[in-house]
Write a protein that binds this ligand. Structure first.
Ligand SMILES: NC(=O)c1ccc[n+]([C@@H]2O[C@H](COP(=O)([O-])OP(=O)(O)OC[C@H]3O[C@@H](n4cnc5c(N)ncnc54)[C@H](O)[C@@H]3O)[C@@H](O)[C@H]2O)c1
Length: 370
């Protein structure tokens, strides 16, 4: 396969991130087909045409179904608000396209189940936007856990905090609308859950408390609208490997910009990581002279694949958009039938089940199996 035809639906924050990945994946990795940026959709024709010119797409439309129906499009990036993922992914799979859909997979569990079934029936690659699992250091931490470097893991703590909802006067957006889902559990929780899935095989049961720090938000045209989603969550977890865990989520955490932090405690050591400092992790091993024990900081470098594809020198650092580019390459590996590190719709359904168990647990004030 010399080239692969790409469609893109939505050109906001994530749409640009996907476009950068499609544009960069061949120069960075060298292998695989060259993406041909064929057709892009936005909500109005002018914006679509402007973005197509900026991102390098050949055609633009204000009707996303044109992208799905385009015979030259082989894979569709879906980067629209959550409420649209299911309809768009189902249509793309029905048209025989591979799909790269942003998280969360869907708003309802029934839709997520339909998407997983459709991907299975279509025999196409259907990958989700769980970019944080692509950090070379997360891969390395997975290898350390598998090698028993910190012994048997018995407890984990995950936190995800940002402050884009911290201002009580921030305008009402789709993220506060019930149509987007639950808020903290699916907007944020799915990211730590994706890391838990690749590092520990997932969550077995949960007990959760969700909260809305602000009852309403101002509307652009005046007046205020009640906030339907939860901005924070506290979740007790039992992981599939038997370890206990805590997950704390907050979209209204002043000062936190992109914190996705965890500590993994084992019988022989501890690993700590924070996405705000995504080019390093901390490792403590309970070995050697206790008088000289302590956490050491490991910086990312060419010894942590696929860092070397971007930069030959260690310690210079990758960025958030690079994780999406690595995800794009893994998607292309899957399309080519090669082993691929992606969370596909089948695996993503497990994450959705955890999200819905968290919400049920909150509503019924009880532990729930995932
Ligand atoms: N993987 C990540 O780290 C990550 C980060 C942020 C957002 N996301 C996810 O990406 C998705 C989009 O979020 P965002 O922050 O990019 O939102 P955004 O508002 O910046 O962009 C969404 C875009 O979709 C367009 N759009 C809406 N309806 C459309 C339609 N019917 N046809 C074509 N285009 C349409 C909007 O005009 C907008 O440009 C969400 O599901 C979100 O959860 C993922």
């Amino acid at each position: 396969m010399q080239s692969i035809g790409v469609g893109l639906i939505g050109t906001g924050y994530m749409g640009k991130c996907h476009a950068l990945a499609w544009n960069g994946v061949k120069p960075v990795f060298g292998d695989g087909p060259r993406p041909r940026l064929v057709h892009l959709a936005e909500i109005d024709a002018d914006l679509a045409a402007r973005r197509a010119a900026e991102f390098g797409f050949e055609r633009a439309t204000a009707n996303w179904r044109d992208v799905v129906a385009d015979p030259e499009v082989e894979v569709v990036s879906i980067t629209t608000p959550n409420a649209l993922h299911a309809e768009m992914a189902l249509a793309a799979l029905a048209a025989g396209k591979h799909v790269w859909c942003e998280k969360p997979m869907a708003v309802t569990l029934a839709d997520a189940e339909r998407m997983a079934a459709a991907a299975r029936a279509a025999g196409r690659v259907a990958a989700l936007g769980y970019n944080y699992i692509q950090n070379p250091l997360i891969r390395h931490i997975g290898a350390l856990l598998a090698a028993g470097t910190i012994g048997v893991v018995n407890h984990v703590r995950f936190e995800m905090d940002e402050d884009f909802m911290a201002d009580p006067e921030a305008p009402f957006s789709w993220k506060s609308d019930a149509a987007s889902g639950y808020g903290a559990p699916d907007d944020f929780g799915v990211h730590p859950l994706s890391l838990i899935a690749v590092l520990f095989g997932g969550v077995a049961r949960v007990m959760a408390q969700l909260a809305k720090p602000y009852a309403d938000r101002p509307l652009a045209g005046g007046g205020r609208r009640a906030v339907a989603t939860f901005d924070s969550a506290c979740v007790l977890m039992e992981l599939r490997n038997g370890a206990t865990g805590i997950m704390a989520l907050n979209r209204a955490a002043w000062g936190r910009k992109g914190r996705l932090a965890f500590q993994i405690f084992g019988s022989g050591g501890t690993i700590a990581y924070d996405q705000e400092r995504m080019n390093e992790f901390q490792l403590f091993t309970a070995s050697g002279d206790p008088a000289e024990q302590g956490f050491r900081t490991v910086l990312t470098g060419p010894v942590h694949p696929p860092y070397e594809r971007f930069i030959p020198a260690p310690g210079h650092g990758l960025g958030f958009n690079d994780l999406k580019l690595i995800e794009c390459h893994e998607l292309l590996n899957a399309v080519a039938g090669r082993p691929a590190r992606i969370i596909d719709f089948a695996a993503g359904l497990g994450i959705e089940r955890a999200v819905h168990a968290i919400v049920r647990s909150h509503r019924e004030a009880s532990w729930f199996d995932v």
